[in-house]
Design a protein around this ligand. Sequence first.
Ligand SMILES: NC(=O)c1ccc[n+]([C@@H]2O[C@H](COP(=O)([O-])OP(=O)(O)OC[C@H]3O[C@@H](n4cnc5c(N)ncnc54)[C@H](O)[C@@H]3O)[C@@H](O)[C@H]2O)c1
Length: 314
Amino acid sequence: MKIAVTGGAGFIGSNIVDELILLGHQVLIVDNLYTGKMDNINESAEFAMLDINSPKLVDVFVEFQPEIVIHHAAQVSVSKSLVDPLLDQELNIRGTLNLLQSCLSSKVRKIIYASSAAVYGTPKYLPINEDHSTIPTSFYGISKYVPESYIKIFSDLYGLDYTILRYANVYGPRQDHLGEGGVISIFMNNVLDNKILNIFGDGLQTRDFVFVKDVVSANIAALNNGSEKVVNIGTNNRVSLKDLVKIISKVTQKGVEYKSLDPKPGDIKDSCLDNIKAFEELRWLPEYSLERGLKLTFDFYESSKRNNELEEAR
Ligand SMILES: NC(=O)c1ccc[n+]([C@@H]2O[C@H](COP(=O)([O-])OP(=O)(O)OC[C@H]3O[C@@H](n4cnc5c(N)ncnc54)[C@H](O)[C@@H]3O)[C@@H](O)[C@H]2O)c1
């Protein structure tokens, strides 16, 4: 199948591209390298270094003729969205709209959209199922939610099929630990540098951490399933940050220390996504335990660090 992956040079998108190539699909990556990296780009994929807002996007799509578009390009930082809501809106909302128009012009059959648990806002109950109210508490949450509505209307009006995947906290190889990286990538790199981990708040806050390879398999399942469905992609489990530190300590076999800092304003206390619908609609279940995912993630960061040190020594 011909598949375009926006954000295919980023953390999740590049892991999806690698699997699509292994499965024998023909892949076009569209990425402007805003946070993505050349190193992440699979050599067997075509690469258009392009902003999803660009008027050229339609030409690229008309030429490649993707059957499916897997849409991961986005501004992904909650705090950046609070500092610069216009940029967040431009990349996530306007960018998706330009993408949808390009899909129509090039006769794309289906879009798979990477949404987020951020669309739910503060949970009213746990685990959160897809019927939970959507009252985002950040501009990022709004900018991930509005495209869902555009996608549904494009489907109603023009027959563009879709699956919307709402991810919990994704972690794994290639996640950026700099700046706004996920808590696991930041912790892992601090462990490697023998630094104390910073926990904001009392450490009793809980999160649903889903391994990137499980997110990849959800996208693969959505190629042929989940027509016109909105589906959570999480583990149905939650772990406190204190327990996460304990598991990291065990997995890395390093004595890990942490200190508690003031809670971050706006941080929610607990989060966990119900994944029953993902099983019903996609036949998808997460396969990686937190321990196994953390071990694979640590191995990745450890070997990246070793390679960087060798590079610098040359
Ligand atoms: N990481 C998570 O825990 C998580 C959770 C929920 C949802 N998501 C969603 O998954 C998707 C991928 O996130 P990620 O964690 O891999 O982030 P990432 O920053 O690694 O990947 C985003 C990619 O999009 C590209 N990009 C950004 N703006 C672009 C633009 N205007 N035009 C073209 N390319 C652009 C970046 O260069 C990057 O390669 C995002 O849509 C994000 O909202 C991520």
